[in-house]
Unconditional design. Sequence first.
Length: 302
Amino acid sequence: MSLPKKVKLVEVGPRDGLQNEAKPVATEAKIELIHRLQDAGLPVIQATSFVSPKWVPQLADNAQVMAGIRKKPGVNYPVLVPNRKGLDAAIAAGCKEVVIFGAATEAFSKKNTNCTIAEGIARFSEVAHVALEHGMKIRGDMSVCLGCPYEGEVDPQAVANLAREFDQLGCYEIDIADTIGTGTPGSTKRVIEAVARHIAIDRLSIHMHDTYGMAIANIYAALECGIATFDSSVAGLGGCPYAKGATGNVATEDVLYLLDGLGIETGVDMQQLIAAGDYICGVLGRPTYSRAARAIAAKLAA
Ligand code: HMG
Ligand code: MG
């Protein structure tokens, strides 16, 4: 199959990235990061989560972040919601798109959302119903599709089953996440093929964490399967607080370097993206995890 000509990049740094930072990040800095990312051309920015602040205190300022964003026409700002309470808060904050999230294994479901997979789906059926009534879009994110920190290997069929549930709830897009970054190109293709038997490939997205350094290879494998939507995180920020040892998401700069090199259109400007990464790394007081950003900075300094 030929590679897609255009790719949609979904920036998850402000949500997946900052949910995992030990040091609190000021609300103003989160808003500034989102502004810089949208100015760099990112069409979708996961802005925050309306989850329990007892579980993820880093994103307790969700409503203030949403209120502070200078919304750019054409950009979507989805937020994660785990239940009806989160949805109601997201509606009150004026959100137009929500992300519901589940896991392909029972153990991860319990650790991340304190419920079984089936209980999660039951919760989300009410969330989805109300969200659709409000004219919102819903995306479904599926964790631990390529390995689980508690159960080990994951059967692609378990991922396909969850995808079918999310499809029935009305998700327009379904995300296959490698939460702990253990996937390889072969296992990535196998899980995509299992899910694509039920859901059209243009409704699937891929969300790679780069723990084993496989993320770019896996993204290339996914491109070969026809996937054209990828989650990534500026400067490689991120991780899941309930997946110990998992590093950040693949860096948006590294994915963009791959796509630019393949001549695939994204609408994202590398220099502005690197500047957004430098900004948040300055706030966090540490260097970028993006290899492309480091290499480009070194070349410019030479
Ligand atoms: P629980 O403790 O079973 O729920 O948590 P609860 O209903 O008993 O609520 C506990 C307290 O939280 C109560 O407060 C609730 O009111 C409050 P109290 O009465 O004790 O004062 N609460 C809320 N507050 C604000 N907003 C809400 C909300 N819900 C409850 N929405 C629950 C169950 C699902 C709420 C919890 O487990 C939770 O919030 N989990 C979210 C964990 C999370 O955000 N993980 C990271 C995101 S997923 C991810 O990163 C993976 C992804 O990137 C893909 C990948 O890489 O795999 C997407
Ligand atoms: Mg993630």
